[in-house]
Design a protein around this ligand. Structure first.
Ligand code: MEV
Length: 438
């Protein structure tokens, strides 16, 4: 077991690695080399990455890929996607290509409001608390004017502050439920700074409020924090085409395809076990764009899944139907994304990803990202109701298996050719490698 270490964060990067090698890897030189091999030779760039977070000892690469041919609201985009999973980018590209000849994707932002809360305890008369809140509400707004000044210039700021009585759930529990517009910023720092100031003002004003008794003056702040549940920061994307324009084979007409597709989505609307996997596939596309554009994928994930459960049951984020012989497939998802602040101007690849998208504002990025999710879901359902998922997946996974067995370029060439006409299974790849090497 490694000993307790103090002052670790103050060690140099080399000394951190030495400590790690000594206490976790038997001073193995290979371990040290692996970590050092992933350092960037450009010291400035490396330092930038080191300073994104604490105790950085190396870099962890993920592929930076692109998916072309996305026609969104009449404009063509090439989407940046950061993801390790085989076949996600290929699936997105395939869906984009399919829909670009059928009018492309339509997307619209439905709302952009974000929420933050000051959670506090008040023991006393409810009517007095309401009167107090009404009186100090303007003061809450003015107390954050230095924080909101710049945001207001950009069209954002604090939209409203409400007092919420939550005492039916927890004794003496109340909230300042605050709504914000953060324009092109994800806005976490802005919202949290405002909330912490609201909390201070609330406590300060309570102490001075003559109508409160002594114990009523003692408001206890439990915490002040933004919410990643953003059902009012919502975007919708859709595709539509005549039923006859859907894929068809000799075994499955486009009409039957549409019926099967809609049934597959319907299953994800009623069956949570399926819905989670269905939505996971959507998040394959969404997270990849969110990561590439330097946004917080954990926040996006949390918000999306909470939204999927908003009716008290976890459900599909996409919907499909036929109306007047038109097949309509859509997604509605909360996406609190930013295109300024955070990593957006710091990480060179994030900057490049945003440039690739034509430097979008937050609303445009919301639309593009929702489309990535819809496209991914279309591709997944398309495979699931026709060939099954493994055919495409294993084709893309072939390279991972070959790399696992340290296949040479010549071996790879030979085996890729072989598996063009043979089903890829892990065991057959191993057999074929062994055959080649024998
Ligand atoms: C795999 O990462 C995602 C899928 O399972 C999604 C789905 O089943 O819809 C293919």
């Amino acid at each position: 077991m490694a000993p307790v270490v103090s002052g670790f964060s103050k060690l140099s990067k080399t000394d951190k690695i030495k400590w790690l090698a000594e206490h976790h890897f038997n001073n193995d030189q290979n371990t040290i080399d692996t970590l050092v091999n992933y350092w960037n030779s450009d010291n400035g760039l490396q330092q930038l990455h080191d300073e994104f977070t604490e105790n950085t000892i190396s870099n962890y690469y993920l592929p930076f890929s692109v998916a072309p041919n996305f026609l969104i609201n009449g404009k063509r985009y090439t989407l940046p996607m950061t993801i390790e999973e085989s076949s996600v980018v290929a699936a997105a590209s395939k869906a984009a290509k399919f829909w670009q000849t059928r009018g492309g994707f339509k997307a619209e932002v439905l709302s952009t409001t974000k929420v933050g809360q000051v959670h506090f305890t008040y023991t006393g008369d409810l009517k007095k608390l309401h009167q107090f809140f009404t009186k100090i509400k303007p003061r809450l707004f003015t107390s954050v004017s230095s924080i909101t000044q710049n945001m207001e210039k950009r069209g954002g700021g604090v939209k409203d502050i409400e007092l919420k009585n939550k005492t039916s759930e927890i004794d003496n529990y109340y909230q300042l439920h605050c709504t914000f517009e953060t324009v092109d910023a994800m806005g976490a720092n802005f919202i949290n700074s405002c909330l912490e100031q609201f909390a201070k003002t609330l406590q300060f004003e309570a102490k001075k409020y003559d109508d409160f008794s002594n114990h009523e003056k003692e408001i206890e702040i439990i915490m002040s924090i933004l919410s990643n549940y953003v059902p009012q920061c919502l975007v919708k994307a859709s595709v539509t085409c005549k039923v006859e324009e859907l894929p068809s084979t000799s075994l499955l007409s486009s009409h039957l395809y549409a019926k099967k597709f809609i049934r597959a989505v319907r299953i994800a609307e009623v069956e949570p076990y399926r819905a989670v996997t269905h939505n996971k596939g959507i998040m394959n596309g969404i997270d990849a764009v969110v990561l590439a554009t330097g946004n917080d994928f954990r926040a996006i994930e949390a918000g999306a899944h909470a939204y999927a459960a908003k009716d008290g049951k976890y459900k599909s984020l996409t919907h499909a139907e036929i109306k007047d012989n038109q097949f309509i497939f859509s997604i509605e998802i909360p996406l609190a994304l930013g295109t300024v602040g955070g990593l957006t101007s710091l990480h060179p690849l994030v900057k490049l990803a945003l440039q690739l998208l034509g430097k979008p504002d937050a609303k445009k990025l919301m639309k593009i990202t929702a489309v990535a999710g819809l496209a991914q879901n279309f591709a997944a359902i398309n495979s699931l109701i026709t060939t099954g998922i493994q055919q495409g997946h294993m084709k893309m996974h072939l390279m991972n298996i070959l790399n696992q067995f340290k296949a040479t370029n010549t071996e790879k060439e030979h085996l890729i050719k072989y598996f063009k006409t043979n089903a890829v299974t892990h065991s057959d790849v191993v057999t074929q490698i062994e055959k080649l090497r024998a």
